[in-house]
Design a protein around this ligand. Structure first.
Ligand SMILES: Nc1ncnc2c1ncn2[C@@H]1O[C@H](COP(=O)(O)OP(=O)(O)O)[C@@H](O)[C@H]1O
Ligand SMILES: [Mg+2]
Length: 278
């Protein structure tokens, strides 16, 4: 990727201001149990997400990966009949404590979904700023914020000459990176991504992976993926989820990604990462 000489100094200036405001965080799930109605779908999940780390959540469909990732920023409670026990510690503070504001939590812990969901008739620029508008947050310099977020999401060079075009005119991969930029505008310390590349072609997938690598210098990232190569390319640590015979999903194995793929401790992990089921 090349930057023109005219944008470089602007970037550098925006960079300094933005980096001052970004704060990373340590996230920890403790004894998470989840129910939908009477049915328990997750059992005793304990996972720790250190600052500036990337964690991949892998496992067959239906084992509870999406459900789990939604518990990490209080999106789970939007689902009727959803129940939960346990704690999610954000820099040591339980996000489920009564005095914690769920809206503030969702600003600190952003989320990117499987299907890119920009506002299609809104401009690219307004999409980046949409979260700010909705949350009532103000930015003193919207232009540099838009540039900074699109740059960090690795899509600036592709859209900088058409910021007023509708977001719906972008390719799927560009739309997903725009959604990442929209999340970044709220300066989250943690970014949750639920299969962010499953609707993208391989080229766009690689660009999103490059974005993840860059963001992880200053953020904590949790990503659900069905792509074993992707888990190995982007993550520092991996958790393998499994739900057997209608039982609740649980974590079979959790550890450094290299070790989990090269020398898993559990036979079920070995079978899954080698494509023998799931
Ligand atoms: N809104 C819901 N209501 C009831 N059951 C649900 C709901 N969402 C998910 N489930 C159930 O919870 C389990 C885990 O689903 P999910 O978290 O989507 O798995 P994954 O993301 O690993 O494919 C599944 O058995 C699924 O049917
Ligand atoms: Mg899912």
């Amino acid at each position: 990727m090349t930057f023109t000489s005219t944008t470089a100094p602007t970037n550098a200036g925006a960079d300094a201001a933005f980096e001052d405001r970004i704060q990373t965080a340590h996230l920890e799930a403790k004894n998470i149990n989840v129910w939908f109605g009477d049915r328990q779908v997750l059992k005793d999940i304990n996972l720790s997400f250190p600052e500036n780390s990337v964690t991949a959540l892998i496992g067959p469909s239906g084992c509870g990966k999406s459900t789990f990732i939604r518990t990490l920023n209080r999106m789970h409670e939007f689902i009727p009949g959803a129940g939960l026990s346990g704690e999610v510690l954000f820099n040591g503070k339980n996000i489920y404590d009564r005095e914690v504001d769920p809206i503030e939590t969702r600003l600190n812990i952003g989320m990117v979904f499987q299907k890119p969901n920009p506002f299609p008739t809104m401009s690219i620029r307004e999409n980046v700023l949409a979260g700010l508008r909705l949350s009532g947050t103000k930015s003193s310099d919207e232009d540099s914020l838009v540039e900074k977020c699109l740059t960090r999401a690795s899509v600036w060079n592709e859209v900088k000459d058409r910021l007023d075009s509708q977001a719906g005119s972008l390719s799927g991969g560009q739309q997903q990176r725009l959604c990442i930029a929209r999340s970044l505008a709220l300066e989250p310390a943690v970014l949750l991504m639920d299969e962010p590349c499953s609707a993208l072609d391989p080229g766009s997938t690689r660009r999103v992976e490059d974005t993840i690598a860059e963001l992880s210098d200053s953020m904590t990232i949790v990503i659900v993926t069905h792509n074993m190569q992707q888990a190995q390319r982007v993550s520092d640590q991996t958790a393998f989820f499994l739900a057997e015979d209608g039982n609740p999903g649980y974590v079979v194995e959790f550890g450094p990604t290299d070790a989990l793929f090269a020398a898993p401790n559990e036979p079920r992990t070995e079978d899954y990462v080698n494509g023998r089921f799931g």
